[in-house]
Design a binder for this molecule. Sequence first.
Ligand code: EPZ
Length: 430
Amino acid sequence: MDRIRIRGGNRLAGTINISGAKNAALPLMIVSLLTPETLTLTNVPRLADVRLLQRILQNHGVDIMIAGKRPGQNGQQGDTKQLSAKTIADTTAPYELVSKMRASFWVLGPLLARCGEAKVSLPGGCAIGTRPVDLHLMAMEKLGASIAIEGGYVVATAPKGLRGAHIKFDKVSVGATHAALMASVLARGDTIIENAAREPEVGDVAQCLIKMGARIEGLHSATLKVSGVSSLSGAEHEVIADRIETGTYAMCAGMTGGDVLLKGARPDTLGEVIAVMRRIGIGVDETNEGLRILRNGQALEPIRIDTEPYPGFPTDCQAQLMALMSMARGTSTIRETIFENRFMHVQELVRLGADIHLHGDTAEVHGVAKLTGAPVMATDLRASVSLVIAALAAEGETMISRVYHLDRGFETLEEKLAACGADVTRIAGN
Ligand code: EPZ
């Protein structure tokens, strides 16, 4: 297994290209199940999760080609993928595949909408919490599906097709919103989705569906109105820039007192993150090319924050913020309200010298003057990258093992950081 070695202390300066968003690319690829025509996605990040989903979709009969670069595209941009689900070969998503990546459960809605049946393994638990799928199932039932749980699988049928419905979520869920949207676009009649997630990735998927012929109103709001159509066509769509990668590199730059241009970043999708950076004392300037992040000697100010659904501060940046606040001048309070167990990074940050105490869903982070390198272990995607942030500022060497977690969601992380002056090396495992 690969490891990443970081020798801390270098100030980051330069340009980092922001990749396409993992959490938009995954549902966009799943959208391809809704049409027999070709869906072309550009700016698809090269990530382990994308490759895994590709295998899952191929199992359903989706033909996937990686096209060459187009005129005007440069080497920094992600892949162009052409996905064609001419026929659905298999409506079962097996446990062996779904258990490796939760988002693959989201094939349930499109398979049901297109084929009237789907058998999808329940995803099981994961490192950040129990993560149930009750809201997904409620949405499918409202749309007219019959659901049974058999041998660890959700068996869903709608022999006469899905019909429009009023779906009201009692909790904001990104995945359940994707599911309701993807299923209702091909349902008969109108659907209202209330308390929908407003994450930019949901808007990106909705925009792609509209290009394919779907009729959706209320984009980026908490109430989506869908008028079902009988079929969807192919389309071409560019995956939106990754706001979590943007926030992460902003914190890397802030942590090292750097000056970094995040090229291609979309400030309009960052919600609370920009305001939080500024409150901490990190300069954030919107430029024509993206975002410039600058900290020139100012201290990091402590902060009190709760994670929230978009546009609030994202749970996917919580671990990174905690690493940053570990060197603030004073005590920060970070409350995790989305997932009950997303504090796996705390003990590893403590190994680097951070002073963090957990009280239920809240972490109290007492800023320290110095962190010191140590061997640490990556536990989940965002937790892993929080260790990178801490290591960039720590004295001496940090060796991060189990970096396959990082590879799930950060494209060429060590190259991007090294290009800005970080001393970071990947050590290939055997
Ligand atoms: C998406 O996961 C993201 N994944 C997560 O990104 C992200 O942390 C999360 O949204 C929250 O923003 C992808 O986009 C691929 P949810 P999702 O349904 O959709 C509860 C990353 O690091 N809930 O919005 O699975 C759930 O337990 C990750 O890239 C139910 O109770 O999250 C949680 O408490 C990991 N019942 C809350 O809702 C349900 O049926 C929000 O979860 C569904 C969810």
